[in-house]
Design a protein around this ligand. Sequence first.
Ligand code: NIG
Ligand code: FE
Length: 415
Amino acid sequence: MKNNLIIKNITQLVTCSGFEAKKGKSMNDLNIINDGCVIIKNGIIEKVGKTKDILSHIDVSEYIVMDLTGKTMLPGFVDSHTHFIFGGYREDEFGMRLRGKSYMEIMEKGGGIIRSVNATKNASKEELYEMGKKRLDEMLEFGITTVEGKSGYGLDHETEIKQLEVMKDLNSTHPIDIVSTFLGAHAVPSEYKNRENEFIDFLIDEVLPEISKRNLAEFCDIFCEKNVFDLKQSEKMLKAGRKYNLKPKIHADEIYPLGGAGLAADINAISADHLLNASDEDIKKMAKNNVIATLLPLTAFSLKENYARARYMIDNNCAVALATDLNPGSCFSNSIPLMIAISSIYMKMTPEETITALTINGAAALDRANIIGSIDPGKKADFVILKYPSYEFLTYNFGVNIVETVIKNGKIVFQ
Ligand code: NIG
Ligand code: FE
C-alpha cells in the first residue's frame, strides 16, 4: 500500500514556519504559500513549497494525492493546557455562579475541585479512559492534534498515578498526541487543611519519584493562588519537579495578583498560564526570560472575569499561546471556535496572532516547537484543513467549526 502523501493545489498553505516560539510582532508572520504543496513520507513532512515547483521533479505514482483547491491548510492545533481526565460533572456549580456566587466562594464551601477529586477517586481506570477518549474525539473535530492533560483530580498517590496512567494509555491508542503534566498541587485535600507545606512535601517525597521513574509526566504544574498554594510552596514544588526531570509550568495570577508570573520568569518555567492579574513588571520579566504566556480565554469567559491582557503582552514582546483549559469546574468547554472569537474580538489579537498562539506557540508551551506547530520539513505531518480558501474565515465565521479534515502523522483521522 502507498504510504506517502502529496497534498497539492492548496489554495492557501499557512505554514507558521519556525522552530521556536514567536514573540511580539513576529506573531503576525504566518509564512503563507499560495497554491502550496506538501510532500509527506512516513508521517513526516519532507518538502513544502509551491505546487508547480515541487511537482515538476517528482514521480507522483508513488504517492496518494490529495487536491486542496479552494481550501486552507494549517498546522494541527495544539491545546497546551487542559484537565481532560476527570470523573463526574459540576453543572450545578455553573448554575450557582450564574445566580451570583463566585468560583472561590463555592470552593471555600467544599465545592469546586474537591468534588471532582472525589468523583475521580470513585471512577475506575476504564471509566476514565472511556470518558477521556470521547473528549479527545471531540477535540480532534476542532483540529487539535496535540493536547496537554494534567493530573490534579486525585491529590493522593493512587489517584494521581491513575490519571496519568489513563493519559499514557490514551496516548498510545488515540490519534491525538497527549503530553502529560503532574498537577498534584491543584488543591489542598481536606486531610491536609492548614498543612499545605506537609502536602507539598508529601507530593515531592511520595508521588514525584514514582512519576519520574515510570515516565508518567513531562511537566510539573501548581495552582499558585491566594488561599491555595503560595509563591514559596510553588517554587519548592516546581524546583523539586525539575530535579526529577519534569519541566515547570504554573497556574499564575488567575484570580489574585500573587506574583506567580514573576516566579515563572525567575525559575525559567516553560509557561505561565491564566495571567488575568499579572503585573506589568512580571509580564516584561516573562518576555525577557522567554516564558510562554498561555492565555485561557474560555475560563475568563466562563467565570465572567476580565480577559488576560494579550495586547499588552504581545506589545511587550511576550510569546502568547492560547489553550482551552477544559475542566469540569471553571471551564467545561473545549470550543476552539469560541476561543478564537474571544481572542480576536475581546482580547484584540489579530487573526494571525491567534493562529500563531494556537500552533507554533502552543507547541513551544509544550517544549515541542522542534517537532510540531508548523509546516516545515522534518516535522510531524499534522494538519488542519478548512472548508474555505483563507484562514481569515476562522475569525470571520465566528463560533462555527469550519474544520473539514484533520491529518495526523500523514493519515486522515477526521473528515
Ligand atoms: O485551570 N485553576 C485551577 N484549576 C482549573 C480549575 C479546575 C476546576 O475547577 O476543577 C483551572 O481553571
Ligand atoms: Fe488549568
